[in-house]
Design a protein around this ligand. Structure first.
Ligand code: DGL
Length: 291
């Protein structure tokens, strides 16, 4: 099957990029893991920063936004989409999996698997997320679906989302804010905490400081990247490794990473580079209402 132009080159189907989507910079934790585990895979990252945050919105609205993101990716010719946002996963993964022509991966199943691989009873399991994710009950449902019979309960931490998106990851003010928000957990500490919002990974240190070293903190990002890459492998959609083939994976060539935002590109570039772990040089803008 003929591909579309990526980075100005004609490419085959497997050389098409992965689409990675979040309401802002949080999903870059997943993008970073994709880049680490499969350095030859190109991707397009889409941040709907212009309509951030998703967490306080009704699921129906987040579902509509996610549909627009999927149509954007379809236009760009992606081969698989990662919804690197728990809120959008809770709102839209089921529908997206039914209707999308390409495989769609969310963060909640991989996050639940990662949590159960870490969790040691008899303590309970806490999920930190946005109000929409926690109210949806998606994590307890996914955990039960994986056979978990223990106690799981959620806590909405909307202030964490705002801090992370504005690039406030550490320091005394962040530590105080995190400790205040986690107050309800301190009296009855969980054994395991799932970072059920992709914006929470940069606050992991502050969360651990607030809860103490005995509480295991689980970030779904790596397991999500692994699930997406497993699907590509199974479907024969992996980009050719450097040294073979043409296009984005030419010998010695860097894979093409493109970054789009519906918000302020300069802000995304500055904060996003810290989360992606390498400089983001160029950010394109997109009007998602067009999709
Ligand atoms: N990063 C998103 C998540 O994982 C949500 C942040 C927001 O409220 O927009 O849920």
């Amino acid at each position: 099957m003929d591909g579309r132009a990526i980075g100005g080159k004609r490419t085959g189907f497997s050389e098409r990029p992965i689409g990675i989507f979040d309401s802002g910079v949080g999903g870059l934790a997943v993008a970073r893991n994709v880049a680490r585990l499969a350095p030859h895979e190109p991707f397009i990252y889409l941040a709907d920063s212009g309509r951030f945050p998703y967490g306080p919105r009704p699921l129906e609205e987040v579902r509509r936004f996610t549909g627009q993101a999927l149509r954007f990716f379809a236009e760009k010719g992606t081969k698989l989409v990662i919804i690197a946002c728990n809120t959008a996963t809770a709102a839209a993964l089921e529908e997206a999996s039914r209707t999308s022509p390409m495989p769609v991966v969310g963060v909640i199943d991989p996050g639940s698997r990662a949590a159960l691989a870490t969790h040691r009873g008899p303590g309970w399991l806490a999920v930190l997320g946005t109000k929409a994710t926690i109210d949806s009950g998606a994590y307890p449902r996914a955990l039960r679906g994986l056979g978990f019979g223990g106690e799981a309960a959620g806590l909405a931490c909307p202030a964490f989302v705002l801090a992370a998106e504005s690039g406030e990851f550490e320091g005394p003010a962040v530590e105080r804010m995190v400790a205040d928000a986690l107050g309800p957990l301190v009296g009855r500490r969980p054994s395991t905490v799932i970072l059920g919002c992709t914006h929470f990974a940069p606050l992991a240190r502050a969360i651990s400081l607030a809860l103490g070293p005995d509480v295991a903190i689980v970030d779904p990002a790596e397991e999500t990247a692994r699930e997406a890459l497993d699907i590509l492998r199974r479907e024969g959609l992996e980009a050719p490794a450097a040294g073979g083939g043409s296009g984005a994976a030419d010998a010695g060539a860097e894979p093409v990473y493109r970054f789009f935002t519906s918000g302020d590109p300069e802000h995304f570039r500055a904060v996003g580079g810290r989360l992606f772990g390498r400089p983001i040089l160029h950010v394109e803008t997109v009007d998602l209402e067009r999709y």
